[in-house]
Design a protein around this ligand. Structure first.
Ligand code: WTA
Length: 692
């Protein structure tokens, strides 16, 4: 089984007694036997020798500097980017304490730059115009394409010119609903070039979710694509957009233009539904525009993008990132956490619809002038060897993915992996949820031939980039630990009263003081920003994650401690799923909890009470699940519907989720105290109905 969460705790207890850095150096230098005992995985000496950070000592030195003098540390790094005008003084200012007034974070304010310029023009100016920027691999074997940095710039400029022409100005929102075609990073970069704020919506979201996001930020234009093939399935994206735009119009937001890329391998133009006057074919119009376009210079603190993410309550939150700090932070984390070198070929399997695709498909890699693989398809199509086929085809050297994919491929057997050479691989990465040690070991031993360090990067939509991550080659690794903080990041673990815990401990993960990539607000709702993230533990940013620190200082993430569940690395608020369920006319009440799931990490388990007199049926179960697919998207469909004649509630009417979680995971002997329930009988009723 997965065993992610429970084995963390067991493992960290058995590790080394707090060694000074010199002890760890000794370990790195080959005290292999001792380390095996302590479950350490030692980086190969030839890897460490070529790494940016060959030893803990170099890391510790620089880390100390970054904490003692953040302004100096980050301005040295920021100076390596192109700024039209240098930032003013101070380099940063922050208030992270609600008791001191408004929460405020600013980095490099007064600095004038453009992130698209730094991704493209600056790399071209440095002589990399003919370097491959994107290797695009289509869903079908043999479907592929490439763009050099020069060609990418041309495409970005054509779109940027078009957007300007239809009246998109600095600060305007643009919604992007695209599959993983090259046009998706192109669209992001084109917005950034003209100072427009992109809001990418993952193309797995339903029309209702898309419409909600459109109404929230009121774009003039939506950039989309008629359809996409994922595995054997064709998904008609344009139909979803049409429905979303109709719905948005009903709610007062009329979008003037729907620029649609014709992906004719999935759906012909003729079969695409069309709204005259609003819909425009991407290829037809963009070829008419010049392929150079002046940059809109923006302040470091001007907004770059909005990205909606789930919280524990209510509607999704529009996380807002600004330009300068995000640029410096994503570029630096990318370079060091993956030990990036210019000769690398990098592939991140994330979709640009999520933060990982923003920071580590588009911006971080391209700021470094990297060659990036963009994959349209599904990792198990035509079979479970597809990833390694792609790795061999493009000589991928850095491969970054999610534990859920590792676990699903692990189940298919080693032959799908060992059939391929994978000799090009150097560094592996993991993100999205805790990686359980058995998946870690399989990834390390089978995929990476026990040769490639794994960067288990802990971070969030809100953080912009990695906060806790290994630096490959520097530290001995412990399977399942995200290890140590990145430069400038001060993680703290607090107890429920907000007191900082020292040494070996376990509690709530917070961050003290800001880092350049931090989000600045929730779009249109600064108050919610303050209450959600800065009020639980005044003085800190609260991540919503639990974490323990072992005797050696390694960090072990233990999952969300709020009502957010993490399904296949996708963040889903239990409240959103509940609200989709209760919108069904026959559903009276719903309570959703996460349960351990062998492949997805967590699965969605829904307790549902029906309207009086409505009988349970399989059709009703299906139609409830359909409601969730329609309102959120297929990825949020509950794995299990548990009929509940009643829900366990306190006398004041609060649902006791603690008990529901135990019932969902069938830990029936751990129900705990049920005496405070208004009607203790409902628990037995629920247990009796558990597998019906
Ligand atoms: C979880 C994804 C453990 C965590 C980048 C966090 C992780 C949430 C890791 C953010 C990791 C992400 N180890 N847990 N390496 N990476 N998480 O906003 O619970 O989609 O709070 O950002 O994913 O999800 P988000």
């Amino acid at each position: 089984t997965n065993g992610a969460r429970s084995s963390h705790r067991l493992r960290h207890v058995s590790s080394l007694a707090a060694p000074p850095p010199s002890r760890l150096n000794a370990v790195v230098l080959g005290d292999a036997l001792a380390s095996e005992e302590h479950d350490l995985v030692i980086p190969k000496p030839d890897f460490s020798a070529q790494a940016h950070f060959p030893s803990p000592a170099k890391y510790l030195d620089l880390y100390k500097q970054s904490i003692e003098d953040p302004a100096g540390f980050w301005s040295d790094i920021a100076s390596q980017f192109y700024w039209k005008q240098k930032w003013a003084s101070p380099v940063y200012s922050e208030n992270m304490d609600v008791r001191e007034g408004r929460i405020n974070i600013e980095w490099f304010k007064g600095g004038i730059t453009n992130i698209c310029y730094n991704c493209l023009d600056a790399n071209i100016a440095a002589g990399n115009g003919e370097k491959i920027a994107i290797y695009w691999e289509g869903n079908e074997l043999g479907a592929d394409a490439t763009l050099t940095y020069n060609q990418l710039l041309h495409k970005v400029c054509q779109l940027a010119n078009y957007l300007k022409d239809i009246g998109v100005r600095k600060g305007d929102a643009v919604v992007i609903y695209q599959p993983m075609l090259m046009e998706l990073p192109i669209a992001m970069l084109a917005c950034a070039r003209i100072g427009a704020v992109h809001s990418v919506v993952f193309a797995g979201f339903s029309s209702e979710s898309l419409s909600q996001r459109i109404v929230d930020c009121k774009p003039k234009v939506v950039l989309t694509c008629n359809a996409v093939k994922r595995g054997p399935k064709v998904i008609n994206l344009k139909d979803i957009v049409d429905a979303a735009l109709a719905e948005s119009a009903k709610n007062g937001t009329v979008v003037d233009v729907c620029l649609t890329y014709a992906n004719e391998s999935a759906l012909t133009k003729e079969s695409t539904k069309w709204v005259e006057g609003r819909d425009i074919w991407w290829q037809d119009i963009l070829s008419k525009y010049p392929n150079s376009c002046d940059v809109e210079w923006v302040d470091a603190e001007d907004p770059l993008f909005l990205l909606y993410t789930s919280g524990s309550t209510g509607k999704p939150k529009g996380v807002l990132h600004t330009t300068g700090g995000y640029m410096v932070y994503t570029a630096t984390t990318f370079k060091y956490a993956f030990d990036y070198k210019p000769s690398d070929v990098y592939w991140c399997t994330a979709d640009c619809g999520w933060i990982t695709g923003h920071s580590y498909v588009t911006y971080g890699p391209m700021l470094n002038g990297a060659t990036v693989v963009v994959f349209e398809g599904a990792p198990n199509y035509p079979d479970s060897g597809r990833c390694w086929d792609i790795v061999d085809k493009y000589k991928v050297s850095i491969f970054y993915t999610a534990p859920t994919l590792v676990r699903s491929l692990m189940r298919e057997g080693d032959e799908f992996v060992t059939r391929y050479s994978r000799k090009s691989l150097r560094v592996l990465g993991s993100v999205g949820e805790p990686i359980n040690p058995s998946a870690w070991r399989w990834f390390f031993n089978v995929v990476g031939d026990s040769r490639c360090p794994i960067s288990d990067t802990w971070w969030q939509t809100e953080t912009g980039g990695f906060l806790i991550t290994p630096l490959p080659g520097a530290w001995p690794q412990k399977p399942g630990s995200a290890t140590f903080p990145f430069f400038g990041v001060q993680p703290v673990i607090v107890d429920e009263k907000g007191a900082e815990l020292e040494g070996e401990c376990s509690g709530y993960l917070c961050v003290k003081s800001s880092w350049p990539g931090a989000f600045r607000t929730l779009y249109g709702d600064h108050e919610r920003y303050e209450t959600t993230y800065f009020s639980a533990f005044p003085g800190y940013y609260f991540s919503g994650d639990g974490c323990s620190r072992d005797k050696d200082g390694y960090h072990w993430l233990t999952g969300r401690v709020d009502d957010v569940i993490n399904v296949s690395g996708h963040r889903i608020g239990t409240a959103e799923v509940e609200s989709a369920l209760v919108s069904h006319p026959q559903c009276a009440e719903a309570a959703v909890v996460g349960v351990e799931h062998e492949v997805k990490g967590q699965g969605i388990y829904a307790f549902v009470t029906l309207v009086e007199g409505v009988p349970y049926s399989d059709d009703l179960r299906k139609s409830l699940i359909m409601n969730v697919r329609k309102q959120i998207g297929a990825f949020a469909a509950p794995d299990k519907i548990h009929w509940a004649p009643g829900l366990p509630k306190t006398r004041s009417g609060k649902i006791m989720r603690r008990i529901l979680r135990k019932i969902a995971s069938r830990q029936l002997d751990e129900l705990g105290d049920t005496s405070t329930l208004a009607e203790p009988g409902v628990v037995d009723q629920l247990i009796a109905l558990a597998d019906s």
